[in-house]
Design a protein around this ligand. Sequence first.
Ligand code: HEM
Length: 140
Amino acid sequence: MSDDPQSKPFPPLSLEEVAQLLPGTGEIMASVGIAWWKCAYAARGGNWELAAYFARRVRGLQRKLARTRPKYADDLVAFETEHLTAVLTALGAHNGPAFERAYASATDAANELHVKWAKPYIRWVLPDEPPKDLDLELDR
Ligand code: HEM
């Protein structure tokens, strides 16, 4: 609290206002994009645990988004069951080719959803560069 006698306290926030102040779809999706990028390179490096960690991070972020922005909930649940589960299964089996297939079709589905939600200009592509802040070959 400020000692400034001129400053007025803010009125208490309603639950709806608190919900509006939570990270928005763009902020969550920016984090999803980073985790998705790191997931691919961890898998390609053979650090399967790290790749699965990032796939679960995407799942967790999207589950939160489904709660804060329920209009996306059905699409997020379908994306998880139809795509993220296959990615996680391939990672659990250390199956690189199955991972690449599931990852590519999940990425296509995500970009189709961007079109569906009136953002056709958001077309996610895997960066050429691997992340430099993590050991991607830990399991080797
Ligand atoms: C691995 C899957 C996905 C990736 C990598 C991805 C990536 C991204 C990225 C990078 C953005 C732009 C973020 C920014 O503003 O900086 C974005 C936006 C968006 N994504 Fe995704 N996305 C994925 C899945 C999904 C799914 C399943 C949905 C389902 C509804 C979705 C809906 C949206 C929407 C609506 C926006 C626009 C955000 C806004 O309105 O502010 N995305 N996505």
